[in-house]
Structure formats: structure tokens, C-alpha cells
Design a protein around this ligand. Structure first.
Ligand SMILES: Nc1nc2c(ncn2[C@@H]2O[C@H](COP(=O)(O)OP(=O)(O)O)[C@@H](O)[C@H]2O)c(=O)[nH]1
Ligand SMILES: [Mg+2]
Length: 230
């Protein structure tokens, strides 16, 4: 069986034939973490069934890979608190995010999500589009206790979803800070963000509290399901 693989990292196209594939497999493994493999491998053409002929390579490419998801939302929505709580179980003191934070969330034995938390201050929002490559789901976090900024959040969501790279990408809206007594209901947040108008992609909304760790695991499990469905 011939396996033709283009590895974008080195901008070269290689033809791996039979025994070379095992060499490629260990190469990919050691180049960096297996989670990055899918970013490098642009396309694969085989003349046979890869899963049967080269199960180790198949496993590396298909299962030991990470799905990239992005957390976005206005500043102070709770993105960094949420990521820290997910990854460490701890509540961390946060300061406005300059650039990004990133971490890997292991959902189960086969699935890891690489979660990017991108700074949400107004002057940083133009940079959001730089993070969209390979993004398989957008998680848009809103502060559900801040009714006064819903219009701003709605505009920011609409703008980022107009990006070509996010066409058809599912969206999970997290109505954060549900522990606060004045937090809006999911229905109110959904209406304020005009979510029903997004008919060309899968979207869901869930309430959560990053501070208390409520609803986070469920939300990311749902994100994974949405990615598989879309
Ligand atoms: N009450 C409450 N406060 C939260 C929650 N999540 C974040 N915060 C607070 O909101 C503020 C901004 O959080 P941060 O994670 O820095 O927001 P980011 O700018 O979106 O990254 C911090 O004071 C957090 O402690 C939550 O679920 N409930
Ligand atoms: Mg932050």
C-alpha cells in the first residue's frame, strides 16, 4: 500500500511506502506532542485501508489528536477563571489576559480538547481572527449578570461568526456567573444575543459558574458532541 502524506510543518510532500510508515509514525510522535499531529498533516492519500495496514499510524492520526476549541467573549466574562478551574480545579486570581492562555482538557481516554483563552478587551478583539485556524468549536462566554454589556457581546459574537474560517463551526454560548442572584436566564441571554438567528450552524447555550465549577464538564462534553455532529 502507498501512503502519500503532506506534512505542512516542513512544507513537503512525502510518499511513505509500507515500512517507511512506521518510521513516519515515530517521527510524528517525537516531533512534538501527538496533539499537534493533525495540524501538520494536511492530507493523506492511501491506496488501501490505513486502519488495517498501518494501525499505529491510523491511531496516531485519528485518535491521539487534539481538537482545538477557542474561548472568546468580552473582557471580564470569566474565560480565564473558567479555563483555570477546568484545568486545575482551582479558582485563580486573574488579571486581564494579554495575548492568550492555552491548556489541554482530557475529556476521556480518546478525546482531548486544546482550549485557547484569548484576551477579550476591545483593543484585542481584532486579533481574535488570528486564532481561528483549525478551530472546531467556538465557546463564547458571557457574563450573565451584566445585562448592560449584552449588546456589546451580541455585536462581538456576530462579528467573529462572520469570519470565513468559522463557517459551519458550532458555537457553545456559556452564560457564566449563574451563581450571582441577578444573573439572566438562558432564555434571556439567548434572546439578547439573537442566537436563534444563527440558522446555518449548530449552537447551544448553557448556564455555568466558573467560580463554583458548576456546569463546566457538562458544557465541554456537549461541545465535543457538537463537534462530532457537525
Ligand atoms: N461570581 C462570579 N464571578 C466570576 C465567575 N467567573 C469569573 N468571575 C469573576 O469575574 C472577573 C473576571 O474574570 P476573568 O476570568 O479574568 O475574565 P476574562 O476577562 O473573561 O478572562 C474575576 O473577578 C472573576 O473572579 C463566576 O462564575 N461567578
Ligand atoms: Mg482573561
Amino acid at each position: 500500500m502507498d501512503v502519500l502524506i503532506r506534512v505542512s510543518l516542513h512544507k513537503l510532500t512525502c510518499r511513505y511506502v509500507n515500512e517507511d510508515v512506521n518510521q513516519l509514525c515515530s517521527h510524528l510522535y517525537h516531533l512534538s506532542s501527538p496533539s499537534c499531529v493533525r495540524r501538520w498533516v494536511c492530507w493523506i492519500h492511501t491506496t488501501g485501508d490505513l486502519s488495517v495496514q498501518h494501525p499505529q499510524l491510523f491511531f496516531t492520526l485519528m485518535f491521539r489528536t487534539c481538537v482545538q476549541v477557542i474561548l472568546m467573549g468580552l473582557d471580564s466574562a470569566g474565560k480565564s477563571t473558567l479555563l483555570a478551574k477546568l484545568l486545575t480545579g482551582q479558582v485563580m486570581e486573574t488579571s486581564p489576559t494579554i495575548g492568550f492562555n492555552v491548556g489541554t482538557l482530557n475529556l476521556d481516554k480518546k478525546t482531548s480538547l486544546t482550549v485557547w483563552d484569548v484576551g477579550g478587551q476591545k483593543h484585542m478583539r481584532p486579533n481574535w481572527r488570528l486564532y481561528l485556524d483549525d478551530c472546531e468549536a467556538l465557546i463564547f462566554v458571557v457574563d450573565s449578570s451584566d445585562q448592560g454589556r449584552m449588546a456589546e457581546a451580541k455585536a462581538a459574537l456576530k462579528k467573529i461568526l462572520s469570519e470565513e474560517k468559522l463557517r459551519g463551526v458550532p458555537v457553545m454560548v456559556l452564560a457564566n456567573k449563574k451563581d450571582l442572584p441577578n444573573s439572566m436566564t438562558i432564555r434571556e441571554v439567548s434572546t439578547s444575543l439573537d442566537l436563534p438567528s444563527y440558522t446555518d450552524r449548530l449552537w447551544e447555550i448553557q448556564a455555568c459558574s466558573a467560580l463554583k465549577g458548576l456546569g463546566l464538564q457538562q458544557a465541554f462534553t456537549s461541545v465535543n458532541k457538537m463537534i462530532k455532529r457537525s
